[in-house]
Design a protein. Structure first.
Lengths: 215, 298
């Protein structure tokens, strides 16, 4: 089993819903982003093309960050999800540097979303339910809590909403797919065979699990 | 401080910042002092200069090791780098082992020299781990294939040469200052070779990186033509290479004793500044290639 994601850039409208939903789902502090939306412009008037690229951790099969981590805080699960055990992270940021996709964020200092106005209810709840450790590195984990809980309840990630990563289910354009890349009958595998998507910088030899379909 | 506008982040060439900006300055200095100290120990042990060995050991332990720990987000967890299986793949974990073993074996060697024992196997082991300490930083950076300026086999070689050269320089300064002329003459021969190596390696390194990829080309341009060019040409080349080279040439002509002490110490000082600045530029100009297509190139 290997979890993967496909993002259809033709459908993506650049609404930032995935970025915001990820922040909400994991109570991410200010300056910490697990998913980003990059805006690219190519060409010149009158043939300029503007694209929105949602980027996140690629959960690479040959993850540079896993080998780089000196404490084994960054680990790769059997299902392909690469995650960070914050209790083991020593904050050396070698993984952050080593990642060729710059997908990681270092949580350097505690900040409020509205400085001087106190914590919002969201922030207070986040510090209880999903605390982030200052001085550690974090990144997208394919909402592994949702995936694991869903599987325990007999749900299917990528099909059932409760078991699927938050960014996938929140996309209003249905531009994202999530599923088992090793299952030839999964929706994502069918779509990959049909659309022949690309991956970011395959020359790095990382074998990413996130695919992109561009027009 | 380099400011990247939101539209440029990962769309244009993006400089790495974690290992050079804000707290990253500690890591720059840490790598410098660790490699300088270990290089100094290595050279000094070959010439049996206990004073230089001790100072090199202290530089490595106190400044190098201390700054490394201060840079960590969770410094009290550093022991995990030794007890986990990270050493199998991680150069940071391996480096900590090398440094720890170098410090332990180096201390044992210095104690044995002080007591007059001079155990050859201890010296060989201490020197071996001193050498590994000098080289591990280069390999740690070489591992990062996302930054072409770092991902070259020449970087570890450059760092070994500069670490040993810096160590030899300071050892020479200590030898001359303490009147150990014989040691000074021997070390000076090392400096001649290492300085030539440093001067030749820099352009070879930069030219080889320039031709690897567009990100490498941009990195090298930033260093030698654009924003950081004054620092490179004035501090690294003129102060860090030409002045020491002139001092070496004059010592070849008139002998080490004929060189004025002021010129000698100035050359040592500028050589170290040049090395430190080159390391700064390597960290500062390390660029990631654009993650996604863009119309603009730096």
């Amino acid at each position: 089993m290997r979890w993967g994601m496909l993002i259809n850039l033709v459908k993506c409208v650049g609404c930032y819903s995935c970025v915001v939903k990820c922040k909400q789902e994991h109570f991410l502090p200010p300056d910490v982003s697990w998913g980003r939306l990059l805006i690219s412009e190519t060409g010149a008037y009158p043939r300029a093309i503007k694209r929105a690229y949602p980027v996140l951790c690629n959960h690479c099969k040959e993850a540079k960050c896993v080998d780089a981590c000196p404490t084994r805080a960054t680990q790769k699960r059997d299902d392909g999800i690469v995650w960070v055990d914050a209790d083991k992270c020593v904050g050396c940021r070698y993984c952050l540097i080593a990642c060729p996709y710059q997908a990681r964020t270092y949580y350097s200092e505690e900040k409020e979303y509205y400085p001087g106005q106190g914590l919002t209810a969201f922030e207070r709840l986040g510090r209880e339910l999903y605390p982030h450790q200052i001085g550690t590195v974090s990144k997208c984990n394919f909402c592994m809590e949702r995936v694991d809980n869903g599987i325990k309840r007999g749900l299917k990630p990528g099909v059932d909403r409760e078991a699927t990563p938050a960014c996938v289910i929140t996309c209003p354009a249905k531009a994202r797919y999530f599923g088992d890349l090793d299952d030839p009958d999964s929706e994502i595998s069918i779509v990959i065979r049909k659309w022949r998507p690309t991956r970011l910088h395959p020359e790095f030899g990382t074998d990413p699990s996130v695919y992109y379909v561009a027009g | 401080m380099i400011q990247t506008r939101p539209y440029e982040f990962m769309v244009s060439y993006t400089p790495q910042t974690q290992w050079i900006e804000k707290g990253g300055v500690k890591l720059w200095l840490a790598f410098f002092f660790i490699e300088l100290g270990a290089g100094m120990f290595f050279v000094a042990s070959i010439f049996d200069n206990l004073l230089a060995m001790s100072i090199g050991w202290l530089l490595c332990a106190a400044l190098g090791g201390g700054l490394h720990l201060l840079y960590l987000g969770k410094p009290l967890r550093f022991w995990r780098m030794l007890l986990s299986s990270g050493w199998k793949t991680s150069w940071i974990s391996r480096g900590l082992f090398f440094v720890a073993l170098f410090l332990a074996l180096g201390l044992a060697h210095m104690v044995s020299v002080r007591l007059g024992a001079r155990l050859a196997f201890l010296r060989v082991l201490a020197d071996a781990f001193a050498f590994l300490t000098v080289i591990y930083g280069g390999f740690a950076m070489n591992y990062v294939n996302g930054i072409p300026l770092w991902n070259t086999a020449l970087l570890p070689i450059l760092y070994v040469v500069s670490g040993l050269w810096g160590g030899a320089e300071v050892t020479l300064g200590i030898a001359v200052g303490s009147g150990a002329v014989g040691v000074g003459t021997g070390v000076e021969e090392w400096i001649r070779i290492l300085l030539v190596g440093f001067i030749l390696l820099i352009p070879v390194y930069l030219m080889s990186v320039r031709y690897t990829s567009s990100a490498g080309q941009v990195s090298v341009r930033h260093m030698v033509l654009n924003k950081w060019a004054p620092l490179f040409w004035i501090v690294v080349v003129v102060l860090g290479m030409i002045i020491p080279a002139m001092t070496v040439i004059s010592s070849l002509l008139v002998g080490l004793e004929g060189v004025s002490v002021a010129l000698l110490y100035a050359a040592i000082f500028f050589g170290l500044i040049g090395d430190l600045t080159m390391r700064y530029l390597v960290l500062r100009c390390g660029m990631y290639a654009p993650l996604i297509p863009s119309s603009s190139y730096a």
